[in-house]
Design a protein around this ligand. Structure first.
Ligand SMILES: [Zn+2]
Length: 80
């Protein structure tokens, strides 16, 4: 039986589809009865989806300006 710690350690692999059928089964079984991990997993998916929608920075060391940060928070508010 997986623990909440196992879930947090393997959530990214599950999101990226890097896990076996058996491990997916026990992962989702845990989510069925643990509302905390369900919430954690949902937030993680939302965060990754939001990041994927961000425009790519021209310079990897460039920090987003305030307007860009506001847009991200606006997207997060719309989706929650
Ligand atoms: Zn849990």
């Amino acid at each position: 039986m997986l623990t909440c710690k196992d879930i947090s350690e393997t959530a990214t692999d599950h999101l990226e589809g890097k896990t076996s059928f058996a491990s997916r089964l026990s992962f989702y079984l845990h989510l069925l009865y643990c509302k905390y991990c369900r919430r954690y997993y949902r937030q993680m998916k939302l965060t990754i989806r939001t990041i994927q929608k961000l425009p790519e920075a021209k310079d990897s060391e460039e920090f987003p300006d305030d307007a860009e940060i506001d847009r991200v928070f606006e997207k997060l508010r719309e989706q929650s």
